[in-house]
Write a protein that binds this ligand. Structure first.
Ligand SMILES: [Zn+2]
Ligand SMILES: [Zn+2]
Length: 46
């Protein structure tokens, strides 16, 4: 859980975004910059 830089969703290195809802550290592929949420939380919003 302390592996900084690893995406919490896909597990790949390069995570640099923090979801505003769940606080997960995720990569650009798993982050929706429009809503500032991860793809996990985005599913629930739409
Ligand atoms: Zn990812
Ligand atoms: Zn999230």
């Amino acid at each position: 859980m302390d592996l900084m830089g690893l995406c919490s969703i896909c597990g790949k290195p390069g995570a640099m975004f923090t979801c505003s809802l769940c606080g997960r550290l995720v990569c650009s592929n798993c982050f929706d910059s429009h809503n500032s949420v991860c793809s996990n939380c985005k599913v629930g919003k739409q």
